[in-house]
Design a protein around this ligand. Structure first.
Ligand code: ADP
Ligand code: MG
Length: 399
């Protein structure tokens, strides 16, 4: 059943409280936004609402101010960037309640945007406090949740608020839910899942939820070390989660029982220290020395993953193949990204904050069908869990 969206309601002249995820990164020690994609991502919903004459009250959190006012975490730089992108002035108010806010809201004309201050300046936001939610709700007639990336949190502006205002999904939320749920529920098969990243423990629930849905499973990244160690290989000084080794074997057994083709690396890029400029060699998986670190997947692995991926009609990818933050060890992640970019007629869906970051650095974000901006929320969704913010949005009524 699809969630009700902003398309399903009449917003003309209405005061609409729009929850966005404007939690943008800044260049260290400055007020310069280093990546504005979260601001860009809210623009379609803002434009949609403006065009239909809604009075838009935009709100978000920024960083972790911990329930008090932190000057550096004001939304002022976001307001400035938003104005540039919208091409019109917006009203930015350094508060989210009180008479000044109420006056400014009541003066809003159709199509105008008002941005409230960082909601996490008030500790009641993260406490999912009903009074705080009610105070926000009193500003508007309808609530639009377009903050998928925060919807795994039961916070006042995500969850409690839905008790006081009718709620619908924004356009970005709609797209996230559509792409992620169609990948889980009715993917074009064969479906492949590429799993990587640092730890098995972060991904175990995703793996479990995907096992009965995928036909091919590719395992890379740091977590491959735990699988190999469990299979009896030496992994040197690479981090291994000893307490997850049994689970790793369970997953391999389950996969085999379900006829899933499992692709584990056959060769690895190995260094003798964990650093960006360490000399490296390419070694078969059974030849990692005692003092070795596994930094990336090797060329033979890339080739075998590439062949497997060419059979897929749907690919879900979560987790980099190597320590992509170090330039020499981006190769595996880049090769996988390029393979997906070149896949003809396959749907490619990517989740995970670091994976999205890697794609952005490689300039390949737009070569995927969907790159979730949801970070941790996307992972919880892929684990098959109900997200409080999403669960609170009613389904479309079908007549
Ligand atoms: P996502 O945020 O996309 O879900 P993760 O946070 O699980 O991904 O994983 C990203 C991290 O995994 C990166 O910081 C990367 O350096 C790390 N990583 C990938 N491969 C390795 C490896 N072989 N050894 C150590 N860390 C790795
Ligand atoms: Mg991460």
């Amino acid at each position: 059943m699809k969630k009700k969206t902003v398309r399903d309601i009449d917003v003309a002249n209405k005061r609409v409280l729009l929850r966005a995820d404007l939690n943008v990164p800044f260049a260290p020690g400055t007020a310069t936004i280093s990546d504005d994609s979260r601001i860009q991502a809210i623009l379609p919903t803002i434009r949609y609402l403006k065009k239909r004459g809604a009075r838009i009250i935009l709100c978000s959190h920024l960083g972790r101010p911990g329930g008090t006012v932190v000057k550096e975490m004001r939304l002022a730089p976001v307001a400035v960037r938003l104005e540039e992108l919208i091409g019109e002035p917006i009203v930015y108010v350094r508060n989210f309640e009180g008479p000044i806010v109420r006056d400014l809201v009541s003066e809003l004309e159709p199509g105008e945007v008002l941005l409230l201050e960082n909601l996490r300046f008030d500790s009641r936001e993260e406490q999912n406090d009903p009074e705080f939610a009610q105070s926000l709700a009193s500003l508007a007639e309808v609530f639009v949740n377009d903050a998928f990336g925060v919807s795994h949190r039961a916070h006042a502006s995500i969850h409690a608020i839905t008790r006081y205002l009718p709620v619908v999904a924004g356009l970005q939320m709609e797209r996230e839910l559509k792409m992620l749920s169609s990948t889980l529920e009715n993917p074009a098969s064969p479906m492949g899942a590429i799993m990587g990243g640092a730890k098995v423990s972060d991904k175990i629930d995703v793996l479990k939820n995907l096992l009965h849905r995928v036909n091919l499973l590719f395992i890379g990244g740091g977590m491959a070390a735990t699988f190999f160690k469990a299979k009896g290989y030496e992994m040197g000084r690479s981090p291994v989660e000893t307490e997850r080794m049994e689970l790793a074997l369970d997953i391999l057994r389950d996969a085999e029982a379900q006829n899933i083709a499992v692709f584990l690396p056959s060769d690895l890029v190995v260094t003798h220290e964990f650093s960006a400029d360490a000399p490296y060699e390419i070694l078969p998986v059974d030849q990692v020395p005692e003092d070795g670190y596994v930094m990336d997947i090797g060329p033979a692995t890339i080739e075998s993953f590439r062949l497997g991926l060419h059979d897929c009609h749907t690919v879900l990818w979560n987790g980099p193949m190597g320590v992509f933050e170090f330039k020499p060890f981006t190769v595996g992640t880049q090769a996988i990204a390029e393979t997906l970019a070149d896949l003809n007629g396959a749907i490619t869906v990517v989740g995970g904050g670091s994976t999205a970051e890697a794609l952005e650095e490689l300039g390949l974000t737009t070569s995927m069908n969907h790159v979730s901006m949801g970070g941790g929320a996307a992972l919880e969704f892929l684990e098959g869990r109900d997200l409080p913010g999403v669960a609170a949005i009613p389904d479309k009524v079908s007549l």
